[in-house]
Ligand binder design. Structure first.
Ligand code: BES
Ligand code: MN
Ligand code: ZN
Length: 486
């Protein structure tokens, strides 16, 4: 899709294959109008109790040639008040068109007087169009060509609706880029490959710098190098800067483990293939940088990505090893599977020195976070009330929710080491919290927040605009938060 058009005017005259209409529990004027169009099919359905306004419902009415077909999509909530429902209905409409190979689509909304409705509709149309098919025979075409046109129609459009549709479109495109990175297998997306993807942003007005092993040694990135040692794939440190109007930067840090086997503390075989998505934090940061530069955000933002592969070998980091990174602190590695916090510690220590207005990291950090919050929210841990509050609000507004967990000092003793300044694992108890306690050690007094997206980076089932697999979680949340910084 190249753009999302916005239209009002006679619905009957739209030159599209399909008009998709949400059906909330209460009948609307729009549905009454469509009833005539569909030969009273809608009211007959209602009479028979078929179309009651439920999220699971969808009904397709083929119409005579010259007129668009009508797709009715049940919606649990009244759409006016819920951008999440609009995004979801829009996504379902697009996925229907893809499956049925219908080339163009209009989403008809009774009301679109709220800019967030328009933005969410555009997001849903773009997000619903995502599929990672690059490795499937003969499927490449479907991922890009259908539907070729998508538009939002409403008799009640906010002024400047095009701008909001364009914002939603850009943010969602960036989220799709993040999803496609997350979906790539470990052999397809290596640390060097991730760096190449970041270099793409150089053509879009960002400054991109990629550090290789030699530079990392120079700069004392001992923790990142230690994690990477077991693999033949060399690590990288990626710096992406969107200059904006300058000044003190916002710094975003994303965990970029392109495959996490656990290292010598090897993970069980079952489900290990999912650990190709252990770079979802990095993908969210790259997606966010892309969106911010596309929309020309005024804020100066720097994205930092430590990236490596975590494998066991004769050269690998071992349990009991003590390493030292950018911060100069000694770290006892009691578990090589707690590798994310190691690579993040170097990036955070580096980022804290840039005197940022805020430092936010995003990472698929702990299995414990999946246990605690499931797939409905990211874990949020922060040393700063204002920052935590702003992120939670941005999460609520974008439907990428974050739920705060405490960072009480008492948790720190789980990380006490007998021979070093700190150890890298506090065991199973409260693992999302002790992981964040570890990170906190490396940020000095900078306002910092950590988003644990272990549960939200990957979807187990299809819902709304989300197919099974990579979600691109974090892009909408971070873009919204940065935009709100003023
Ligand atoms: N990448 C994993 C965390 C993870 C687990 C993400 C499941 C998504 C789904 C991380 O590197 C890890 O292995 N964490 C360990 C830490 C433990 C060894 C202290 C964990 O959470 O089990
Ligand atoms: Mn791990
Ligand atoms: Zn990991």
């Amino acid at each position: 899709m190249r753009t999302i058009e916005v239209r009002s005017g006679p619905l009957e005259e739209l030159d599209v294959d399909v008009v998709a209409v949400p059906v909330p529990p209460q009948p609307t004027d729009l549905l009454r109008r469509l009833d005539t169009w569909t030969g009273e099919a809608i009211s007959r359905c209602r009479e028979q109790g078929v179309l009651r306004g439920k999220d699971s419902e969808s009904l397709f009415f083929p119409c005579a040639s010259g007129r668009p077909h009508v797709l009715l999509l049940g919606a649990d909530a009244p759409l006016d008040s819920s951008p999440d429902s609009v995004r979801s209905v829009a996504g379902r409409a697009v996925r229907f068109c893809r499956d049925q190979r219908l080339g163009s689509l209009a989403l008809a909304l009774e009301h679109a007087a709220d800019p967030r409705t328009v933005q969410a509709a555009a997001e849903g149309l773009v997000l619903g169009d995502f599929a990672y098919l690059a490795l499937k025979r003969g499927e490449e075409v479907r991922s890009t060509l259908l539907p070729s046109r998508a538009m939002i129609w409403s008799p009640d459009l906010v002024s400047g609706a095009e701008e909001w549709a364009s914002l939603g479109w850009r943010v969602a495109e960036a989220q799709n880029v993040a999803r496609s990175l997350v979906a790539r297998p470990g052999n397809v997306l290596t640390p060097a490959g991730l760096a190449d993807e970041a270099l793409d942003l150089a053509d879009r007005g960002c400054r991109v710098d990629v550090w290789d092993v030699e530079r990392l040694r120079d700069k004392g990135f001992g923790a990142l190098l230690a994690v990477a040692k077991g693999s033949h794939e060399a690590p990288r440190f990626i710096i992406v800067e969107h200059r904006g109007r300058g000044g003190a930067p916002v710094v975003l840090v994303g965990k970029g483990i392109t495959f996490d086997s656990g290292g010598i503390s090897l993970k069980p075989a079952k489900g290990m293939e999912e650990m190709k998505h252990d770079m979802a934090g990095a993908a969210a940061v790259l997606g966010t940088m892309r969106a911010l530069s596309e929309i020309g955000a005024p804020q100066r933002v720097v994205g930092l990505i430590p990236t490596a592969e975590n494998l066991p070998s004769g050269r690998a980091l071992k349990p009991g090893d003590v390493v030292r990174g950018v911060s100069g602190r000694s770290i006892e590695v009691v578990n090589t599977d707690a590798e994310g916090r190691l690579i993040l510690s170097d990036a955070l220590a580096f980022g804290a020195r840039m005197e940022p207005v805020a430092l936010v990291d995003i990472a698929t950090l702990t299995g414990g976070c999946v246990v605690a919050l499931g797939r409905q929210a990211a874990g949020l841990l922060s040393n700063d009330e204002l920052l935590a509050g702003a992120l939670i609000e941005a999460g609520t507004r974008t439907g990428e929710r974050a739920w705060r967990l405490p960072l009480w000092p008492e948790y720190r003793k789980q990380l006490d080491s007998d021979i070093a300044d700190i150890k890298n694992s506090g065991g199973r108890e409260a693992s999302p919290i002790t992981a964040a306690k570890f990170l906190e050690e490396f940020v000095d007094d900078v306002p910092w927040a950590h988003l644990d997206i272990a549960g939200t980076a990957w979807a187990e089932d299809v819902t709304g605009w989300q197919p099974k697999g990579a979600t691109g979680f974090g892009v909408r949340l971070l873009v919204e938060w940065v935009r709100g910084l003023g």
